[in-house]
Design a protein around this ligand. Structure first.
Ligand SMILES: Nc1ncnc2c1ncn2[C@@H]1O[C@H](COP(=O)(O)OP(=O)(O)OP(=O)(O)O)[C@@H](O)[C@H]1O
Ligand SMILES: [Mg+2]
Length: 344
């Protein structure tokens, strides 16, 4: 596949199946949990791609797989950050090492992801020393660390303090500084503001968006909070049971959701004003990814489901340029979908 003008990462048919224990001794086949079940998407240079979906839909698995923190079961991840496309899944760990600094991740919980025995300075220095930008203990190193800290809103006097001496928001700034210090090209932000108070969330989101502009970064922004994703993302993908069910420009998807699942998620966002439409309640929980439903995986909870949905999976098709949805009825106008949802 040729490289599209400004693609940074091109993911093709990515699958991650976790082997599970057999339920009983005589069960013939070993069951698998399909955490990612055939994801194809491009992440463009300089964009924020938002990934949303309920808990357990496979968002974090996707993030970890593209960074090769976990080997995918199947599929390709082409990385174009070095010019020529490199197929990451084919690399051995020694070959991956020099690329590691390009591909960073910031986690939800800045408590467990920062080593409590290291000072802020040491935490930020670690990656820099590993990738040999500067020598530990040198003046250049110290100045560089202080500059990165300043960029992330951390004061100089925090250099020799330990993570437990900071608030959640400050700790998240330390995680961001650590990721940023190695001059990455791509950062997976996995629920990176979900554990913070709303006012602190806004500060961290602003910091992330300033840094993105300044450093020319590309983000995969994972969150189950749709308002946060809308605020930050250029494009979004909606995940359900390990698959992308809708994808497109953020405004497009929010203003004209084509998949009934996306419509339901959006209708559940709390708003300050009176709600125009009512909230769409989905019946039942998400089915198990060990035995996903036949046909369209969403049909068991869908207010639009017909016979065909139980038998035939709906492929991801383009509804409008760049806006795709995996629903047999994607093209039915939004208003009519809302009416059907209310009738159920
Ligand atoms: N190492 C693992 N072994 C077995 N199953 C796993 C493993 N990691 C994830 N899973 C399963 O894969 C599915 C997807 O998990 P994942 O963490 O990617 O979801 P998520 O969308 O990030 O959810 P959340 O919003 O709760 O973070 C879940 O059913 C989860 O239990
Ligand atoms: Mg997750």
């Amino acid at each position: 596949m040729g490289k599209n003008t400004n693609v940074l990462l091109s993911v093709t048919d990515l699958k991650k199946y976790f082997p599970m224990r057999k339920k009983h001794l005589f069960q013939r086949e070993r069951p698998f949990l399909r955490a990612n079940d055939g994801i194809t998407l491009d992440i463009l240079q300089g964009e924020t791609f938002g990934l949303v979906g309920e808990s357990g839909s496979g968002k974090s698995t996707f993030g970890r797989n593209i960074l090769q923190l976990q080997k995918p079961t199947e599929g390709k991840v082409l990385y174009y950050g070095t010019g020529e496309g490199v197929e990451l899944t084919a690399l051995k760990s020694a070959q991956l090492r020099p690329l590691r600094k390009d591909l960073q991740i910031i986690f939800q919980d800045p408590y467990s992801s920062l080593d409590p025995r290291m000072t802020v300075g040491q935490i930020i220095e670690e990656g820099i020393a590993t990738h040999r930008f500067f020598r530990r203990g040198s003046v250049e190193m110290r100045n560089y660390v202080l500059r990165i800290m300043g960029d992330c809103g951390l004061r100089e006097d925090m250099l020799h303090r330990y993570p437990h001496q900071f608030s959640g928001g400050q700790r998240q700034r330390i995680s961001i500084a650590r990721a940023l210090a190695v001059k990455p090209k791509f950062i997976v932000c996995d629920e990176c503001v979900s554990a913070l108070d709303v006012s602190i969330q806004a500060q961290i989101l602003n910091l992330l968006s300033d840094l993105k502009e300044k450093e020319g970064l590309t983000y995969l922004f994972i969150s189950h909070d749709l308002s946060v994703v809308r605020y930050l993302s250029d494009r979004i993908g909606v995940m359900y049971l390990g698959k992308i069910v809708e994808q497109g420009k953020a405004d497009e998807v929010f203003d004209n959701p084509c998949h009934p699942y996306t419509l339901a998620l959006i209708s559940a966002i709390p708003t300050v004003e009176e709600k125009q439409g009512e909230q769409i309640l989905l019946h039942g929980g998400m089915p198990s990814p060990i035995a996903p439903p036949a046909g369209c995986p969403f049909h068991t909870r869908c207010f639009m489901a017909q016979e065909i949905c139980k038998r035939i999976p709906a492929p991801l098709v383009e509804v409008k340029s760049g806006h795709m949805a995996a629903c047999h009825f994607a093209k039915i106008p939004l208003r009519e979908k809302q009416v059907r949802a209310m009738k159920k």
